[in-house]
Design a protein. Structure first.
Length: 198
Protein backbone atom coordinates (compact mmCIF):
# COMPACT_ATOMS: atom_id res chain seq x y z
CA UNK A 1 0.00 0.00 0.00
CA UNK A 2 1.48 3.33 -1.05
CA UNK A 3 0.86 6.38 1.13
CA UNK A 4 1.12 9.95 -0.13
CA UNK A 5 1.41 13.27 1.67
CA UNK A 6 -1.92 15.13 1.91
CA UNK A 7 -3.50 18.10 3.64
CA UNK A 8 -3.90 18.03 7.42
CA UNK A 9 -7.35 16.62 8.13
CA UNK A 10 -9.14 13.74 9.87
CA UNK A 11 -11.76 12.67 7.32
CA UNK A 12 -11.06 8.96 7.71
CA UNK A 13 -11.10 9.12 11.52
CA UNK A 14 -14.75 10.06 12.08
CA UNK A 15 -16.13 10.91 15.49
CA UNK A 16 -19.55 10.33 16.98
CA UNK A 17 -21.93 13.27 17.27
CA UNK A 18 -23.18 14.59 20.61
CA UNK A 19 -25.83 17.11 21.55
CA UNK A 20 -24.47 19.20 24.41
CA UNK A 21 -27.22 20.21 26.83
CA UNK A 22 -27.05 23.35 28.97
CA UNK A 23 -29.50 25.68 30.67
CA UNK A 24 -30.33 29.17 29.53
CA UNK A 25 -30.59 31.99 32.05
CA UNK A 26 -34.35 31.45 32.33
CA UNK A 27 -33.81 27.75 33.12
CA UNK A 28 -34.96 26.54 29.72
CA UNK A 29 -32.87 23.83 27.99
CA UNK A 30 -30.44 24.66 25.21
CA UNK A 31 -28.77 22.12 22.90
CA UNK A 32 -25.93 22.39 20.40
CA UNK A 33 -24.36 19.79 18.06
CA UNK A 34 -20.67 18.89 18.38
CA UNK A 35 -18.25 16.08 17.54
CA UNK A 36 -14.81 17.11 18.85
CA UNK A 37 -15.13 14.77 21.81
CA UNK A 38 -12.52 12.44 23.30
CA UNK A 39 -11.76 10.73 26.57
CA UNK A 40 -9.10 11.31 29.21
CA UNK A 41 -8.28 10.02 32.67
CA UNK A 42 -7.33 11.85 35.84
CA UNK A 43 -6.84 11.00 39.48
CA UNK A 44 -10.56 11.75 39.91
CA UNK A 45 -11.64 9.22 37.28
CA UNK A 46 -12.73 9.05 33.66
CA UNK A 47 -13.26 12.33 31.92
CA UNK A 48 -13.75 13.88 28.51
CA UNK A 49 -12.09 16.53 26.38
CA UNK A 50 -14.75 18.55 24.57
CA UNK A 51 -13.62 21.14 22.05
CA UNK A 52 -15.93 23.88 20.78
CA UNK A 53 -14.72 26.10 17.96
CA UNK A 54 -15.85 29.67 17.45
CA UNK A 55 -18.00 31.62 19.85
CA UNK A 56 -21.44 30.06 20.28
CA UNK A 57 -24.36 30.35 22.66
CA UNK A 58 -23.73 26.78 23.82
CA UNK A 59 -20.15 27.68 24.76
CA UNK A 60 -21.33 30.82 26.58
CA UNK A 61 -23.71 28.71 28.68
CA UNK A 62 -21.13 26.00 29.43
CA UNK A 63 -18.69 28.67 30.63
CA UNK A 64 -21.40 30.25 32.81
CA UNK A 65 -22.85 27.03 34.26
CA UNK A 66 -19.72 24.86 34.54
CA UNK A 67 -21.77 21.74 33.76
CA UNK A 68 -23.42 20.22 30.69
CA UNK A 69 -24.67 16.96 29.27
CA UNK A 70 -23.34 15.15 26.21
CA UNK A 71 -26.08 13.10 24.56
CA UNK A 72 -25.03 10.59 21.90
CA UNK A 73 -26.83 11.29 18.62
CA UNK A 74 -28.59 8.22 17.24
CA UNK A 75 -30.01 7.91 13.73
CA UNK A 76 -33.46 8.66 15.18
CA UNK A 77 -32.17 11.94 16.66
CA UNK A 78 -30.26 13.01 13.53
CA UNK A 79 -32.89 15.36 12.00
CA UNK A 80 -33.14 17.35 15.24
CA UNK A 81 -29.37 17.24 15.81
CA UNK A 82 -28.75 18.48 12.26
CA UNK A 83 -31.19 21.35 12.88
CA UNK A 84 -29.34 22.33 16.07
CA UNK A 85 -26.02 22.09 14.24
CA UNK A 86 -27.14 24.26 11.33
CA UNK A 87 -29.06 26.90 13.33
CA UNK A 88 -27.22 29.67 15.18
CA UNK A 89 -28.62 30.30 18.67
CA UNK A 90 -27.24 33.84 18.76
CA UNK A 91 -29.18 34.90 15.66
CA UNK A 92 -32.23 32.61 16.01
CA UNK A 93 -34.01 33.46 19.28
CA UNK A 94 -36.55 30.64 18.84
CA UNK A 95 -33.94 27.95 18.01
CA UNK A 96 -35.27 25.80 20.87
CA UNK A 97 -38.81 25.73 19.46
CA UNK A 98 -38.02 22.11 18.56
CA UNK A 99 -37.14 20.00 21.59
CA UNK A 100 -36.60 16.30 22.26
CA UNK A 101 -37.95 14.73 25.43
CA UNK A 102 -35.95 16.64 28.03
CA UNK A 103 -35.16 15.13 31.42
CA UNK A 104 -33.15 16.54 34.33
CA UNK A 105 -29.77 14.93 34.92
CA UNK A 106 -29.67 12.37 37.70
CA UNK A 107 -26.57 13.87 39.35
CA UNK A 108 -26.05 17.33 37.82
CA UNK A 109 -28.58 20.07 37.10
CA UNK A 110 -28.34 19.69 33.32
CA UNK A 111 -30.93 18.93 30.64
CA UNK A 112 -30.58 15.46 29.13
CA UNK A 113 -32.30 13.83 26.17
CA UNK A 114 -34.48 10.77 26.84
CA UNK A 115 -34.19 9.57 23.22
CA UNK A 116 -30.38 9.48 23.34
CA UNK A 117 -29.01 5.96 23.86
CA UNK A 118 -26.10 7.20 26.03
CA UNK A 119 -25.83 10.41 28.05
CA UNK A 120 -22.89 11.80 30.01
CA UNK A 121 -23.33 14.38 32.77
CA UNK A 122 -20.17 16.48 32.76
CA UNK A 123 -18.55 18.88 35.21
CA UNK A 124 -16.01 21.26 33.69
CA UNK A 125 -12.74 21.09 35.60
CA UNK A 126 -10.62 23.28 33.32
CA UNK A 127 -11.06 25.39 30.21
CA UNK A 128 -8.17 25.84 27.78
CA UNK A 129 -8.49 28.65 25.23
CA UNK A 130 -6.70 27.76 22.00
CA UNK A 131 -6.27 31.37 20.87
CA UNK A 132 -8.16 30.93 17.60
CA UNK A 133 -11.66 31.05 19.07
CA UNK A 134 -11.65 27.37 20.01
CA UNK A 135 -11.83 26.19 23.61
CA UNK A 136 -11.15 22.78 25.10
CA UNK A 137 -13.19 21.85 28.15
CA UNK A 138 -11.62 19.18 30.36
CA UNK A 139 -14.50 17.55 32.20
CA UNK A 140 -15.10 14.88 34.78
CA UNK A 141 -17.88 12.40 34.00
CA UNK A 142 -20.21 12.64 36.99
CA UNK A 143 -22.86 10.23 35.69
CA UNK A 144 -23.71 8.05 32.70
CA UNK A 145 -27.16 6.85 31.73
CA UNK A 146 -27.92 4.55 28.84
CA UNK A 147 -30.72 2.61 27.24
CA UNK A 148 -31.21 -0.51 29.36
CA UNK A 149 -31.19 -2.69 26.24
CA UNK A 150 -27.51 -1.82 25.82
CA UNK A 151 -26.77 -3.35 29.25
CA UNK A 152 -27.55 -6.91 28.13
CA UNK A 153 -24.06 -8.39 27.91
CA UNK A 154 -25.42 -11.69 26.59
CA UNK A 155 -25.83 -9.81 23.31
CA UNK A 156 -22.48 -9.30 21.51
CA UNK A 157 -21.12 -5.76 21.79
CA UNK A 158 -21.22 -5.15 18.04
CA UNK A 159 -24.96 -5.92 18.02
CA UNK A 160 -25.55 -3.55 20.92
CA UNK A 161 -23.55 -0.89 19.08
CA UNK A 162 -25.88 -1.29 16.11
CA UNK A 163 -28.85 -0.93 18.48
CA UNK A 164 -27.42 2.34 19.78
CA UNK A 165 -27.06 3.47 16.12
CA UNK A 166 -24.62 6.35 16.73
CA UNK A 167 -24.18 8.87 13.94
CA UNK A 168 -20.67 9.69 12.77
CA UNK A 169 -19.40 12.84 11.14
CA UNK A 170 -16.81 11.77 8.57
CA UNK A 171 -15.33 14.06 5.93
CA UNK A 172 -16.89 16.22 3.27
CA UNK A 173 -19.61 17.58 5.58
CA UNK A 174 -21.61 14.37 5.61
CA UNK A 175 -23.23 12.07 8.15
CA UNK A 176 -22.72 8.31 8.26
CA UNK A 177 -24.06 5.37 10.24
CA UNK A 178 -21.67 3.29 12.30
CA UNK A 179 -21.99 0.52 9.68
CA UNK A 180 -21.07 2.87 6.84
CA UNK A 181 -24.43 3.96 5.41
CA UNK A 182 -24.63 7.48 4.02
CA UNK A 183 -27.11 9.56 6.07
CA UNK A 184 -26.96 12.84 4.18
CA UNK A 185 -25.03 16.07 3.95
CA UNK A 186 -25.07 18.68 6.70
CA UNK A 187 -28.37 20.55 6.45
CA UNK A 188 -30.30 17.74 4.75
CA UNK A 189 -31.63 15.56 7.62
CA UNK A 190 -33.28 18.54 9.34
CA UNK A 191 -35.64 18.82 6.39
CA UNK A 192 -37.33 15.68 7.77
CA UNK A 193 -38.42 16.74 11.24
CA UNK A 194 -41.77 14.93 11.28
CA UNK A 195 -40.97 13.11 14.53
CA UNK A 196 -39.80 16.24 16.34
CA UNK A 197 -42.02 17.98 18.88
CA UNK A 198 -42.54 21.74 18.75
Amino acid sequence: MAKVKTKIYNDFCPQALFLYGTKQEDGQPHFGLFCWFGYCHSSEGLGVMACIGEEKQTKDLIRKNGVFSANLVSEKLLPLADYYGCTCGRTTPDKMKYLPTVERGQVLDVPTIAESPVTFELEVKKSIPMGDGSDIFLCLIRNVTQDERLMNTTVPFTERLMQAAPVLSPGEETYSSVDGRYLGKWGEPMKNMANTKE
